[in-house]
Ligand binder design. Structure first.
Ligand code: TEU
Length: 549
């Protein structure tokens, strides 16, 4: 399967579909929805971790890489899912969390018991003479990144939660153990792997960071390419059918040229996040500022053109289980809900790269807007609820921030129908259902020919039908325009024009060239108003034009 023509659908199993009435989604739930995914037209399903885990970070804290958490089902359930998916031409992509384990992992338990072999699986260091932790690095989830262990009078590093100790990749035994994990799942026929925060595995100097939170000392570290090439050669690199994607935290484009180079020595493609920080202040996410549209375009275009120049491949996306819902973020979840959801989908799906759809995005699911702390489940949100108040923010202001930035916004149950628990479960779900499920749900989307779901089907199809969508180069058009994002893709004799209005106001966009002679492939209004060199765009209007010379 050509990954350049494929679309990947991300499933957060805990929130997708509950088959056994315990309020938690599970593997059988996913199997039961394969026909839905086939109808959508996706080629791969990326499943976030369902391995044995205490679930402090919803499975990104792995206790056992070889077994399935009983809350999600059994190995038989996994095998059934894999078989049933294959019957429908869908492949599975598993999520490998290799930067850290759970503190309940056998390796860490042995480390804590004092076994030197396993202590060297993790990163233990002495504190400073003044009694402070080894460095001032901050955990991504808030607070210092080191935890003191009295027994050793040492600290261990945890870039994420305190229950997620970082593995020591400089130890070859760790690397070999992790290779075994990949080979095990390859043996089960898995044809895709996503590597969690994989550019953080090569730590460099353990020094205080006086300019930032420490990330420059552990991001895209000195041995990162060596480690990825080794992993590739020892595992998935032996099977040309396998596709891989690396989640690259605060990465640089120069490194991504190598991570995702077409030479195939490292990974097939990368997720980068710079375009999703345009509503932050620098790296600070816990603030409320309008998103910077110019910056958004600039970053997307920059990555598009430079990655192509360097023969490297992007994963293209707006949404995942860590991001707020895009229609609430860059669209209009109210009056122009449908138009803006379709426009945003169009922008991503017509870019150069493999598109990823996060569960519910194809229904136009919106942010949760929770306003009680009991509704929040995410460790990062719960930590910041406290941290922001300690900084002096009133509780009401903290809620306003969480409503915009919390990862729980994307983790509410999938909205299958308008029933009590949205058709997700018969029991009360682990996290509240968004009340708008009575209006926004798969059942009603499937019945409407003009729905967001039907539109996503077309977007996925476009990439398969038109080589220019899959392979074409990209050229930004009128880059500085205040409200329109436009680009041209070209491939051999094919040309595609994608013109999108990101705002709720009509605008006339001057293409500077004739718009005649193109066929309209897709748009989110009944027709398109093109006149000579001008496109008249209604609120959130998008249009995809095609021509073959
Ligand atoms: O996320 C990595 C990561 O750094 C961010 O997504 C982070 O959670 C967020 O931006 C902080 O504001 C990956 C997983 O996708 C995430 O779910 C895990 O919690 C994290 O790694 C740890 O494994």
């Amino acid at each position: 399967m050509d990954f350049k023509k494929s679309a990947v659908y991300q499933i957060y199993p805990k929130s997708f579909c509950d088959s056994n009435g315990d309020g938690l989604g599970d593997l059988k739930g996913v199997t039961g929805k394969l026909d839905y995914l086939k109808e959508l037209g996706v080629d791969y399903i990326w499943m976030t971790p369902f391995f044995v885990s205490p679930q402090n970070d919803n499975g990104y804290d792995v206790e056992d890489y070889y077994n399935i958490d009983p809350r999600y089902g059994t190995m038989e359930d996994f095998e059934e899912l894999s078989r049933e998916a294959a019957k429908r031409g869908i492949r599975l992509m598993l999520d490998m969390v290799f930067n850290h384990t759970s503190d309940r992992h056998e390796w860490f338990q042995k480390a804590l018991s004092g076994d030197p072999k396993y202590k060297n699986f993790y990163i233990f260091k002495k504190g400073k003479d003044n009694g402070e932790p080894p460095t001032n690095w901050e955990s991504k989830f808030g607070g210092n990144a080191w935890k003191y262990v009295e027994k050793f009078d040492e600290y261990y590093l945890h870039l994420f939660d305190v229950s997620q100790p970082d593995l020591n990749w400089d130890n070859p035994e760790v690397r070999q153990e992790l290779q075994k994990v990949i080979r095990f799942w390859m043996g089960k026929g898995v044809k895709g792997f996503r590597f969690d925060v994989v550019n953080l595995i090569s730590k460099d100097r353990y020094e205080d960071d006086y300019e930032g939170d420490g990330r420059r000392f552990y991001t895209d570290g000195p041995r990162i390419h060596e480690y990825l090439q080794e992993l590739n050669a020892a595992t998935f690199g032996t099977d040309a059918e396998i596709i891989t994607v690396g989640e690259m935290s605060s990465t640089s484009m120069e490194n991504c040229y190598r991570y995702a180079s077409e030479d195939g020595r490292e990974l097939s493609m990368v997720f980068s996040f710079h375009h999703l920080k345009v509503d932050f202040v620098g790296n600070e996410k816990w603030v409320i500022v309008p998103y910077d549209f110019q910056k958004l375009k600039h970053i997307l275009f920059d990555w598009q053109t430079h990655m192509a120049e360097h023969h490297a491949w992007n994963a293209v996306f707006w949404c995942n289980h860590d991001q707020p819902r895009v229609v609430s973020r860059f669209g209009d979840e109210g009056r122009y809900w449908k138009e803006s959801a379709k426009m945003l989908g169009t922008v991503i799906h017509c870019l150069r790269g493999t598109p990823y759809i996060y569960q519910g995005e194809e229904l136009g699911m919106t942010n949760a807007h929770f306003d009680q702390i009991s509704q929040y489940k995410d460790v990062e949100s719960l930590n910041h609820f406290r941290i922001l108040q300690e900084k002096g923010l009133p509780e009401s202001a903290v809620y306003e921030i969480l409503k915009i930035h919390s990862r729980d916004n994307s983790r509410t149950p999938m909205q299958w129908d308008g029933g009590k628990y949205a058709g997700f479960s018969d029991a009360e779900p682990w996290i509240s259902v968004n009340p708008n499920h009575v209006r926004i749900n798969a059942e009603s989307e499937m019945q409407d020919d003009d729905s967001i779901f039907r539109y996503y089907q077309k977007l996925i199809r476009l990439r398969k039908d038109y080589d220019v969508v899959a392979y074409g180069d990209l050229e930004p058009l009128d880059e500085k325009h205040p409200s329109v994002m436009a680009y041209r893709r070209t491939w051999k004799d094919q040309e595609l024009l994608v013109i999108s209005n990101f705002y709720g106001k009509e605008v006339i966009w001057d293409a500077g060239r004739g718009l005649n002679g193109y066929t309209r492939l897709l748009g989110n209004y009944e027709d398109s108003r093109l006149n000579g060199t001008k496109a008249e765009l209604r609120p959130y209007e998008t249009v995809v034009l095609y021509r073959q010379s």
